[in-house]
Design a binder for this molecule. Sequence first.
Ligand SMILES: C[S@@+](CC[C@H](N)C(=O)[O-])C[C@H]1O[C@@H](n2cnc3c(N)ncnc32)[C@H](O)[C@@H]1O
Length: 227
Amino acid sequence: MTADIAMLERLVRPGGKRVLDIGCGGGALVRELADRGADVVGLEISQAQLATAVARGGPSGARYVVGRAQELPFDDGSFDVAVFMRTLHHVPPADLIPALREARRVLLPGGVVYVAEPLAEGDYFALTRLVEDELEVREAAQAALAEATLAGLDRVTTVKYDVRLCVADLASLRARLVSVDPERAKLFDAREARLAEAFAALGEDGESSGERCFLQPMRADVLRASS
Ligand SMILES: C[S@@+](CC[C@H](N)C(=O)[O-])C[C@H]1O[C@@H](n2cnc3c(N)ncnc32)[C@H](O)[C@@H]1O
């Protein structure tokens, strides 16, 4: 998460701004941004998907709402920054442009949409595609970003960066993948032997015993409302 936050910090300077974190997962980014003085709302698709974030609480300046990227439950002009942190490719391909249009709708004048997406590259992608192959959805998200003008957005900055992701053991990998989508539990369990092999073969040793570290290439885009 460190490289993700550093890149977001560098590209949008969120401190003191009103920020919407679309698909906030366990709320790590919401907490980090609130700690940096942002007024943050984390959005998730269900109470169940929000449970971890809510249980972890957080500093004042952080709140959570249930909703979907395609139909944001906010008025026009509510935020300085709308963030999709590793979330855009989880939106169904047909809804990608509507979701970007929704993000644009809720921006205040001068606001930006920030999208950080894992690319379909690197050894973490090779490992996790054994559970769910995200090749097509990741490519669909990049294609939608290339057509963001259809959503009334212009790409103003694009930066590629690498995240080094360290995972303590196979059980931690399972927990991480299942937290994104509970349906993955049975896929993981059915392919556990193959996953154990790939977990040991891909990436490199981490600092603690059994830990493995993997590379995930990322791309960050900053978009502004077209004039
Ligand atoms: C890979 S996780 C990323 C979570 C978090 N942003 C992070 O970086 O750790 C993707 C998240 O998007 C959420 N999600 C899936 N479809 C969504 C949608 N249509 N609108 C908003 N969030 C969605 C999932 O529930 C999941 O928590």
